[in-house]
Write a protein that binds this ligand. Structure first.
Ligand code: SF4
Length: 226
């Protein structure tokens, strides 16, 4: 993953969009075996003052001045680990640009992040498995993390977050692609009542055999998305 990076401009639902990464390397509370970024370098739920943030904010400011953007997506790892994320968000909001923040979802109900999350227009929370054994095996979270708490954290977040909550479910072959798993996902969707929900599957070449489900099956499951 490229540290402190600004991606190419593209469109999401007609909005001129760019992805940014505000981490120096992969900081996350999980270390998923299907992570597109590779192994988590720092497994954590803490925040850090990263040396490169100030320089990145200057670079981003120039970029936003030069490009008329409508949406910025903050993604890659757990971006909330950057203690200066509020400054990044302010910079973007001051230009009337929408923000979508991606998180694995576990820390969304941490009170220390509440002010930051309230500044975002859209927040994405994720889920990939439906039982504790698979959660520990495939997502290798911080000690003490449980699937039950994970889902509860997102449910609590959902109660107070006023922006758009997008629920991103990753279907893992032989782990969360059975009819039973889909039924469990559906009941979690009902409880969470996200504004948007979609299903995906790890699409990197190296995951093809092990974790990726077929396009046909994904399309079939995606009829439960909206
Ligand atoms: S939660 Fe996302 S960023 Fe973190 S290890 Fe898993 S796939 Fe990677």
């Amino acid at each position: 993953m490229n540290s402190f990076s600004i991606g190419n401009i593209y469109e999401i639902t007609g909005l001129k969009t760019v992805d940014i990464n505000i981490l120096p390397e992969n900081y996350c509370g999980f270390d998923c075996v299907f992570c597109p970024l590779g192994r988590t370098i720092v497994k954590t739920n803490r925040t850090f003052h990263f040396e490169g943030t100030k320089e990145f904010i200057t670079k981003l400011s120039r970029f936003l001045d030069d490009n008329q953007l409508e949406l910025v997506v903050i993604k890659n790892g757990e971006s909330l680990a950057n203690a200066e994320i509020k400054d990044v968000i302010k910079l973007i909001k001051n230009r009337n640009i929408k923000i979508r923040l991606l998180s694995n979802g576990y820390v969304l109900n941490n009170s220390e992040y509440r002010n930051i999350l309230q500044m975002c227009d859209e927040v994405v929370g994720e889920l990939a498995v439906t039982n504790e054994k698979d959660f520990q095996k495939l997502q290798r979270p911080l000690e003490g993390y449980t699937l039950k708490k994970y889902i509860n954290n997102m449910m609590e977040f959902r109660k107070w977050f006023k922006g758009k909550f997008i629920f991103d479910i990753t279907i893992i072959k032989n782990y969360s692609d059975s009819d039973k798993s889909i039924e469990i996902f559906k009941s979690i969707i009902t409880k969470l009542s996200p504004d948007e929900v979609y299903f995906e599957t790890p699409d990197e070449e190296r995951f093809k055999g092990a974790f990726q489900i077929s396009k046909e099956k994904l399309n079939e499951i995606n009829k439960y998305g909206y």
